[in-house]
Write a protein that binds this ligand. Structure first.
Ligand code: NAG
Ligand code: NAG
Length: 417
């Protein structure tokens, strides 16, 4: 906005202006920003008695691909001048020289001076001295300055310049760098706002993780005037940080509201040690931690098939009935894309003599802790305590029934491996 004294010196043409913004097809009327000058002008005009010629223009901002209205209207107050032609000139990124490109005569049929471009449509009204143009499917190359010229007889020409700004909303994305467990700082995730005009700002909301994370932001500027903003989030990939949510926030003049992309930090790791858990007297579950979650496969040493009295569902193994067919060492494999670990379950169904006390004896082992696993035999009544004391070995049989030959069988098994 110029000062009043500057405006006075200008052609009357420019005295009345309003800004106009066309964003996402929505027209926002701007404010008259020269109100104080207009009062002064009115006084001047009354004094001089001159014709009051005014061209209404404005400045236009449009999102790439949308339709822009280039407003232009001549106000002829108390004038005998005749309008003979409306001419449009443009100076754009594509063609930086100011060239005539459309003329409109009393026939109202627009003529293209050079190449025809059907994206331009004359939507004004010649008799109304309205030169308004519409430009659809606006591209970056259209950005520039458009001049609307009224040729009057005998007065000459009156014109106004309409700047056209083209914005390009960014393409936004977050990309997981798939960090695996470790103790050194690594890249967790990048958030990208690509091809934005004007450049987009990208920031992270990290909540409680604030001081555990570090961010960097880079801008890549392209020849066509767009910019790609890439913001990276770094941290130490610990188990504690796994599963925390952060947010990438993107803001730009090209988008009306901020865009928020939530992201859950994932630290990937192979299955940790595999433990056996007794769910009930007849069911066992293979327990581990892994990211992504582990898949479980049960097998039995020395046998290609599991016995028919065993039902397997994911991590769970269920014994349907107690027969001596069950006897043996079972293995549970926990695996994901980062690795695999094994857990073992030793099952022994005691002899008929013992079956009154219904004897199922399970030895559950994690491969990791075989060396450390201590034997733990308890009477069935103490099963729960046994479970708490050692997740590795469970006994569901009285020591009298089971202990000697189970021990031997187990050791045989372990020695053969
Ligand atoms: C000029 O024409 C356009 C398109 O028809 C219209 O929207 C606008 O209101 C007109 N301008 C004036 C000042 O009458
Ligand atoms: C701008 O240039 C970049 C790099 O050449 C390109 O990827 C992008 O699509 C262009 N954007 C527009 C709106 O033309």
């Amino acid at each position: 906005m110029g000062s009043c004294s500057q405006e006075k010196e200008k052609q009357m043409v420019d005295l009345f202006a309003f800004s106009r913004a066309v964003i996402s097809g929505k027209i926002e009327m701007g404010r008259f920003f020269l109100a104080p000058c207009l009062v002064l002008l009115a006084v001047l005009l009354l004094g001089s008695g001159a014709d009051a010629l005014q061209v209404i223009g404005g400045s236009v901002t449009v999102v790439q691909g949308d339709t822009a209205i280039l407003p232009c209207k001549l106000r002829l107050i108390d004038s005998t001048e005749d309008l003979t032609q409306i001419t449009w000139q443009k100076r754009t990124r594509e063609k930086p020289s100011n060239d005539n490109f459309i003329t409109v005569g009393p026939s109202q049929e627009p003529q293209f001076v050079h190449r025809r471009d059907d994206r331009f449509k004359y939507i004004g009204n010649f008799n109304d001295k309205n030169g308004t143009l519409q430009l659809s499917n606006v591209a970056l190359k259209d950005e520039g300055s458009y001049t609307c010229i009224f040729t009057l007889f005998p007065g000459g020409t009156k014109k106004t310049e309409i700047p056209l700004k083209v914005t390009v909303p960014p393409f936004t994305s977050v990309m997981d760098n798939l960090p695996t467990l470790g103790t050194e700082e690594v890249l967790f995730v990048t958030c990208t706002a690509a091809g934005s005009r004007p450049p987009a700002e990208v920031r992270w909301l990290t909540g409680v993780l604030g001081d555990k994370l570090r961010t960097t932001t880079n801008y890549i500027h392209y020849g066509n005037g767009t910019t790609t903003t890439v913001s990276s989030l770094f941290g130490v990939p610990t188990r504690e940080i796994n599963g925390h949510q952060v947010q990438c926030v993107i803001s730009s003049h090209a988008i009306s509201t901020e865009e928020t992309l939530p992201f859950i930090i994932q630290v990937y790791f192979s299955p940790t040690e595999v433990n056996m858990k007794a769910i009930s007297g007849h069911s066992f579950e293979c327990v581990t931690e892994a990211n992504p979650n582990a898949n479980f496969t049960w097998s039995r040493y020395g046998q290609s098939l599991l016995p028919s009295v065993v039902k397997v569902e994911g991590a769970k193994l269920q014994v349907l009935s107690l027969t001596s067919d069950l006897n043996g060492l079972y293995q549970c494999e926990a695996s994901n894309t980062y690795g695999r670990k094994y857990g073992q379950l030793y099952v022994h169904v005691a002899s008929e003599a013992c079956s009154a006390a219904w004897a199922l004896f399970g030895v559950l082992l994690s491969l990791n802790v075989i060396g450390a696993a201590a034997w733990c035999f308890h009477k069935s009544g103490h099963f729960q305590r046994c479970l708490e004391e050692s997740t590795s070995i469970y006994s569901m049989c009285s020591i009298k029934c089971c202990s000697p030959d189970i021990k031997d069988q187990y050791h045989d098994h372990m020695q053969k491996r």
